[in-house]
Design a protein around this ligand. Structure first.
Ligand SMILES: *Cc1c(COP(=O)(O)O)cnc(C)c1O
Length: 437
């Protein structure tokens, strides 16, 4: 039994909020990120070893939902949102496995968080009867996952901002193919611009009074918390078979997926070492190797969903590990350049007949470096997207066409449309006040 759980801001300047409120608000009023007052401790014996992902999530998230208006709906939220396979699949001859997180409707791990967030928001009572606008900045996969999760949900509208020309053609098509209550805006800027514009809109009280807004970026607790469930599920099944903790390599951009992994370990699930794999955007690897933390503009890479120079969950990382030395001891990260990503994709296709997306390849490249350093441990490499989403990168490297998963194929067959938008905070404000509603 646990008491009610309250949520506070990483900046310490906002009153404690209930979970439902924290999920509805996205960002805390002082501009910080919501975190639980304290992380709960879970007892492994509470989990059903043969349970589904949804069952694992219901047990894992119960203390996070304790005392909230959504508490009684937790099991149904998990059942609705987490009916997705997240298998831990062995990689033969490599003493490694892949945690496949791309079996949802848009073929990337972001489906898990987006569907859970939608299931929560649709169940939260709202005094305001105007539609709620979900604002989302995306470097590719988030927007499609959020659009799919909220498409045609009554009382909900989705506005997606993405950097024009910096997402793959297939991703762009997916973002614009929903229509109805989903609007895609292609921004003349980078992902960091999109993210800044969304933050500015969410922090603008006058705008919020005119247009009720919520966020769906990886800062939302409604996305972060459910992402813990696949780590818990995989670690428990590994534990039951091997009685050892599961070591994990997480491809990282905004630190949402990685924070979920670190919190899963922190609440007592059997996760061993955690390593982050970044693309050429090396803000985190440099910091973890001892440099000052230097947020910066993102550079474009072929693992574009990780093109982040200013990881939005950094404040949560520091709330979890306030001491630099402890953090640097516990968490390692590497940066992988585009050439190494390409080589890794080619190597796995040739040697192992396995095709991976460029993001997953950053993590596989880390595994190769661990092996070169003499590490013989078992590692689980997190596979964040299906390679067919990144056909323009992957197919020329492997010299053949990839089969598109059926849900993705269905989206690609629909017409697609996006509106242009300048990369300024005011342009987004204006669009939200006067744009096509
Ligand atoms: C979003 C995304 C990432 C990065 O996840 P974060 O939570 O932002 O660190 C990695 N790979 C893919 C395919 C993604 O869509």
């Amino acid at each position: 039994m646990t008491g009610p759980m309250k949520y506070v801001s990483t900046r310490g300047g906002s009153p404690a909020a209930a979970l439902g409120q924290a999920i509805a608000e996205g960002l805390a009023p002082d501009g910080g990120l919501y975190v639980p007052q304290a992380l709960p401790e879970l007892d492994l014996a509470a989990f059903d070893p043969g349970g589904t992902l949804a069952a694992t999530a219901t047990t894992l998230l119960a203390p996070f939902f304790a005392g909230d208006a959504l508490e009684n709906a937790l099991a149904s939220i998990c059942a609705e949102a987490l009916a997705i396979d997240t298998p831990l699949r062995a990689l033969p001859r490599q003493n490694a496995s892949v945690l496949e997180l791309f079996h949802g409707p848009t073929a990337a791990f972001k489906d898990v968080g987006a569907r859970f967030l939608a299931a929560c928001l649709c169940r939260l009572p709202r005094a305001d009867h105007r539609p709620l606008t979900i604002l989302v900045a995306t470097s590719g996969d988030t927007g499609a996952a959020v659009a799919a999760a909220f498409h045609r949900q009554p009382g909900m509208r989705v506005v997606i901002l993405y950097p024009d020309g910096l997402v793959s053609p297939r991703q762009a098509h997916q973002l614009g193919c929903f229509g109805d209550n989903v609007h895609a805006l292609r921004v003349a800027g980078r992902f960091d611009d999109c993210q800044r514009m969304v933050k500015a809109a969410l922090a603008d009280q006058a705008l919020q009074a005119a247009v009720p807004l919520s966020s769906a970026n990886s800062i939302s607790l409604g996305r972060l918390l459910p992402q813990m469930s696949y780590y818990a599920h995989a670690a428990l099944s590994w534990w039951h078979q091997h009685r050892t903790p599961l070591n994990v390599i997480v491809p990282t951009g905004n630190l949402g997926n990685a924070m979920a992994c670190l919190w899963t370990r922190a609440v007592g699930l059997p996760i061993g070492e955690v390593r982050l794999a970044c693309n050429a955007n090396a803000t985190l690897p440099e910091f973890l190797e001892g440099a000052d933390y230097t947020p910066r503009e993102a550079v474009a890479t072929i693992a574009n969903a990780m093109d982040v120079g200013t990881p939005s969950n950094y404040e949560r990382l520091r709330w979890t590990f306030p001491d630099d030395r402890t953090l640097r001891r516990l968490l390692k990260a590497n940066s992988v350049d585009d050439d190494s990503i390409r080589q890794t994709i080619v190597h796995h296709a040739r040697e192992h007949d396995e095709v991976f997306c460029p993001h997953t390849a950053t993590a596989l490249q880390q595994l190769e470096r661990r092996r070169e350093a003499g590490d013989e441990e078992h590692w689980a490499v997190v596979a964040t997207a299906h390679p067919a989403k990144f056909d323009s990168v992957v197919e020329p490297l492997i010299g053949r066409t990839l089969t598109v998963p059926p849900a993705l194929a269905e989206m690609l067959a629909r017409p697609s449309n996006a509106e242009p938008l300048a990369a300024s905070d005011d342009a987004l404000r204006d669009w939200l006040r006067h744009g096509n509603r």
